[in-house]
Design a protein around this ligand. Structure first.
Ligand code: NAP
Length: 535
């Protein structure tokens, strides 16, 4: 019966045309709320959610006073939420009071009220809300369901159930994910419900869904004022949304990129690439993609991505622990693999072409070779027959050894674990030795590929100063700090030095060219890295 009655209302109520960046105001007093509202407006909030359940001494009068007070500060759209404690509410307010508050909010002219689906199913609750909304057609009802532990059993049917019980509702579905791979059903539903639902994933593994929400047309996405003010796990701050993730620039056509890593929080790549996309005015956004686990989780993630053209992912940086997985995945999907990436056994860049094909590259070795060649004033071919001493036999060493061997340099690998140096050397036709042999160092080019000297242990060096000579070129791949003890001591005796930031910038620059077919602003890249380096 109510379905029929509501039909004209659905047509009459306009929806927000853009995803509103909404800041929940979760204060215990009106004064504190006032401060937060002012701060949210100043930070660029596009809607406010007044979480009146946070007010311990809540009354209908207090709630309406808060709405009046907010209206004096801003005319942003308001969502009034008085959440049930069982569904994440801050206090145990009785249902009757919560309903009275919502009805008063509707009468006070707010744009949205939010009520829990579980409670809306009770006829006595539903009738109260339906009556208030029928008398005030400006207000829309958000019917929300949360799962703070895991995914919903069937999110699509839950959404359908909400729409069936109240067709004019905006379903809000939020669930906790423990892995990024659990976000994709939320993306699918949001894509199907563009501008008619609010859907996102909670928890650190789901943070990315809050950003993608704008591209997919969620009615709102929530941002906290600051990290301490978050009302749900994984919520990003309004500053992160605006400055870092370029919220204002995202639209349905935005092409997505990202760094796939585990962990991903420390990665500088989002800072670098987003700064360059913004400077170039490109409708592209770069995201940190926390793909926890090994090859199986990586493959599942990539299957999700390739199966969803609507997401608009066009490229990835890939780092620890997934570089080998990226290469194997591309080979298994019969994509293009750069020959040297194949030889290195690792890809740090994936491209998805417009027709959905996969291409894998390694820009680590090319970034290093570019840094060396540029500092020495030669091209790559000029490295032929140059004697190189390279310390380390891990992932970065492998990429650089492959690149140097490919251009014919004479490389000797020194490593703490001699066996690893021997194995790497055998593969690329180089020599090997233990670290004790560094005393006989005799090379034109010296490269550190270990983590020795990296922040916070900046007083350590992989090569004692007395083994360095003034005619050497010394390259330290460590980029935090840029000027390591090794480079300081090399510079002191007049040797030429190359820092790890150069390699980092070069590999990111090569990725940017693969992503965009355009030259990057490498000065901006270097500046961004130096501003964001820890320590
Ligand atoms: P990895 O695979 O873990 O290899 C680490 C290497 O360092 C191994 O050879 C290891 O020797 C050696 N090592 C570590 N601690 C040591 C110590 N206390 N004494 C002697 N040797 C030690 O790491 P990776 O991925 O190759 O990265 C190595 C470094 O490269 C990073 O720390 C980072 O600073 C730098 N990096 C630079 C860039 C750039 O673009 N500039 C990019 C990525 C990484 P064992 O084999 O004996 O364990």
């Amino acid at each position: 019966m109510f379905l029929v009655l509501l039909s004209p209302i659905i047509a009459a109520i306009p929806l927000l045309m853009e995803t509103r960046l909404t800041v929940p105001i979760s204060a215990q007093t009106l004064d504190a709320a006032g401060e937060k509202i002012k701060a949210a407006v100043a930070a660029g909030a596009e809607a406010l959610e007044l979480r009146v359940d946070y007010i311990k001494t809540l009354t209908v009068e207090l709630a309406t006073t808060l709405i009046d007070q907010t209206r004096q500060i801003t005319d942003l759209p308001l969502i009034i939420t008085c959440r049930d404690k069982k569904q994440g509410g801050a206090n145990n307010h009785p249902t009757a009071l919560r309903l009275d508050v919502l009805v008063a909010a509707v009468r006070a002219g707010v744009e949205f009220i939010d009520f829990e689906y579980a409670n809306f199913l009770a006829t006595e609750n539903r009738e109260v809300i339906e009556k208030a909304l029928a008398e005030h057609s400006h207000c829309r009802l958000i019917i929300s369901a949360h799962n703070f532990k895991t995914t919903f059993e069937n999110i699509s049917s839950l959404c359908r159930d909400i729409e069936t019980v109240y067709p004019a509702a905006i379903p809000k579905l939020a669930y906790k994910v423990n892995h990024i791979n659990d976000c994709f059903e939320a993306f699918d539903l949001l894509e199907a419900k563009t501008r008619r639902a609010i859907i996102f994933c909670m928890g650190p593994a789901g943070s990315v869904s809050r950003i993608i929400a704008k591209k997919l047309g969620s009615v709102v996405t929530f941002a906290s004022l600051d990290a301490a003010d978050a009302t749900a796990p994984g919520q990003l701050t309004i500053g992160e949304f605006k400055q870092f993730y370029r919220f204002d620039a995202i639209d349905t056509d935005t092409q997505l990129y990202g760094v796939i890593a585990d962990p991903v929080g420390h990665s500088l790549s989002p800072h670098i690439h987003n700064a360059c996309f913004a400077a170039a005015g490109m409708n592209k956004l770069y995201l940190p993609l926390w793909v926890a686990g090994g090859p199986d989780q990586f493959d599942e993630f990539m299957d999700h991505i390739l199966g969803r053209k609507y997401l608009g992912f066009r490229g990835f940086s890939v780092t620890i622990p997934h570089k080998a997985d990226a290469l194997e995945y591309t080979k298994a999907r019969l994509g293009f693999v750069e020959p040297l990436a194949e030889k290195i056994g690792a890809a740090n860049t994936l491209i998805i072409t417009a027709d959905g094909r996969l291409k894998a590259y390694n820009t680590d070795y090319s970034g290093a070779l570019d840094a060396i060649a540029s500092a020495m004033g030669i091209d790559w071919q000029g490295l032929k027959d140059i004697p190189v001493a390279l310390v380390g036999a891990g992932g970065v060493a492998r990429a650089i050894v492959a690149g140097l061997a490919d251009v014919g340099a004479k490389v000797k690998i020194y490593n703490r674990t001699l066996k690893k140096a021997e194995t790497l050397a055998a593969e690329f036709d180089c020599e090997s030795a233990g670290l004790d042999q560094l005393k006989n160092l005799d090379a034109k080019l010296v490269i550190n590929c270990t983590s020795i000297g990296m922040h916070p242990k900046v007083d350590a060096t992989p090569i004692p100063a007395e083994y360095l000579k003034s005619d050497m070129v010394v390259f330290d791949t460590v980029y935090n700090p840029a000027e390591t003890l090794l480079l300081k001591q090399a510079a002191q005796i007049g040797a030429k030095t190359i820092d790890g930031v150069s390699m980092f910038v070069n590999q990111a620059a090569a990725q940017f060219r693969l992503f965009t077919d355009s030259p990057p602003d490498t000065t901006l890249m270097r500046k961004t890295i130096c501003n964001w380096r820890i320590g």
